[in-house]
Design a binder for this molecule. Structure first.
Ligand code: CA
Length: 221
């Protein structure tokens, strides 16, 4: 049974999510102690995390960074904050998706399912090598020269698309479909945010301007 950790301090919403996930056949892991959340996640090894932003000890934004270091699973922000700045911030910090409260239950469940499915695909052992870069889909890393860095799930998917078809232009629509399965829920800007973050990580490896933007068409290695 897939385990979903619920990090939400409002007891009514927490209980509602717990019941909802149980009814859908998941094993919910509601958090009640808001200290050492990253440790609790590492210990329980959930398959996915639902993360609120307004929390008692530490907000969801800073928690997300800590969680990213301890577990490599999809993180979906579920929050009543609905500004696009918050959304961009959540995705830049390594969140995989962002849903605003009051959430629409079928949409929330569809997104959980999609995130779990993408994660399942990513755990297959596979290595893609192109232009002296080495992408390890199982470990979620990219290496170049002697350096290796961790990528988030979305960054990994983008890189996998580009590296498996080097020199080809990959359209934004194709990337959005690959990353989010159902593009109707996704704002076009979300892809740009992910690509920007990926580019700055690649620069850390010494790979400058490796992903080219082809205006009106898409991206290309
Ligand atoms: Ca809250």
């Amino acid at each position: 049974m897939q385990q979903i950790m619920i990090i939400e301090d409002d007891p009514a919403i927490r209980d509602e999510l717990t019941l909802l996930l149980e009814n859908e056949g998941y094993h919910p892991l509601p958090i009640v102690d808001f200290t050492n959340i990253a440790e609790q996640a590492a210990e329980n090894r959930p398959d996915l995390i639902l993360l609120d932003i307004g929390l008692p000890k530490q907000d969801g934004f800073s928690l997300c960074a800590g969680l990213r270091r301890s577990v490599n699973v999809p993180i979906i922000f579920v929050t009543s904050r609905d500004s696009s700045l918050d959304e961009i911030r959540a995705l830049s910090l390594g969140g995989d998706d962002y849903i605003t409260k009051p959430y629409n239950i079928p949409v929330l469940l569809a997104r959980i399912k999609a995130a779990l499915r993408r994660n399942g695909r990513n755990s297959e052992t596979e290595i893609i090598e192109t232009n002296e870069m080495r992408l390890n889909l199982a470990k979620g890393t990219i290496s170049y020269g002697t350096k290796t860095i961790l990528l988030t799930r979305n960054e990994l998917q983008i890189m996998a698309c580009l590296m498996s078809r080097p020199c080809e232009i990959i359209s934004r629509t194709e990337l959005i479909e690959t990353l989010w399965d159902n593009q109707i829920y996704i704002d076009d800007n979300t892809l740009s945010v992910n690509v920007t973050r990926l580019r700055s990580k690649l620069e850390e490896l010494g790979l400058r301007e490796i992903i080219k933007t082809r205006r009106g068409m898409g991206y290309q290695l």
